[in-house]
Design a protein around this ligand. Sequence first.
Ligand SMILES: [Zn+2]
Length: 430
Amino acid sequence: MTSRLLIRNGIVIDTDPMPAVTGHTDVLIEDGRIAAVGTGLHAPGDAELIDATDRIVLPGFVDTHRHTWQAGIRSLTPDISFAGYLGRIIGEVAPRYRPQDVYAGNLAGALECLDAGITTLVDWSHIQLTPAHTEATVEALRRAGIRAVLGYCYGGGGGPEELAAEGHRVHKRHFGAADPLLSMAIGALGPEIAGEEAALHEWRLARDLDLSVTVHMGGNGVQSAERGLAFLRENGLLIPRTTYIHPNHYTGDALKELADSGGTASISPIVEAELGIGYPATGRARAAGLPIALSADAVTSGPGDMFSLMRAAYALERARPDGAGMGFTTRDALRMATIEGAEVAGLGDVTGSLRPGKQADLVLLRTDTLAMAPAHDPIGAIALSADTGCVDTVLVAGRVVKRDGRLLHHDIAAVLSGLEESAAHLTAVP
Ligand SMILES: [Zn+2]
């Protein structure tokens, strides 16, 4: 039997080709997919109804790069540099992670996303120290009920054989059959971090498993960016379905080369600015033709919600020292947070807009709050005024995961107490 849900009388924003608003509009969902968007849609008697009066209805946000495991060490390192982050978080804290810490962090982090209207998450997971860590990662993502791409980054030591064997094992065990919510990508450390030899094996694994690649490249200074790009070029690794994270130090020509190769970019405006990685390349990458999306990256040093990221990307782009950023609009920021995010995550046909047939990943934002009213320009209000407090209702594949401002299906007190226990272990002085 077909299940139906009708969202009625909303301020509806579709995001493709450019964000546009229609008032007093309905969204009909059938079996978890968007069936129709329009006014006065008819709902059969058995349809569930959601009244969206005074609510903005839009596609769920997409975070294209977050180290979700770090939720338990949130705000541990404010006022730090990129080198400091690598030393403290990656060098000291990450090795202390047990599988149960990954579970606690990933569950809380994924729920934090849903609570904030982020319905799709690229979980960039470089905490795969043992197979048990991987089991914990996947279990937490499934338990959360979020749409997620596991950016699997092998961290178990050994050489290329171990990387390949474990990558194949994880893929076979968890991603052999199509899953409605979870999929896998290769989180590559890449030539700039892992070295050139290791990078060859990461790309080989992605090719053998037919998976996309997501890699931190271009954020480590001009020379490193140039060398890394040359290495990919020389080895035939400039391939489609590759996301370049922190493309701050690429020249315009380099960004164009990435775009021509079918690549995409993930920009973490707050962490990039705060940690001194570089000025976000938002407008330069867009001008080069790269699909660009937003990412929280590390909640150890930045916020985890999409409103903050949109606002930061928008403000920094318009404040570009060369004065070339004033054409960047709140509509552009919203595209980055939705449809372009979906494209960067490899899910452009699945989510990110209200096109009928797509999965019903939706967010309803209150406009009847002191922060939002009267929301003259609803798109501007999302990018400039909204915060997580106005996230009223959230759906993933038509399933209501948040209603009337409350997250459903989870005992949040228990999740937080698990996180607290984990945090105490992770931050204990050895
Ligand atoms: Zn990162």
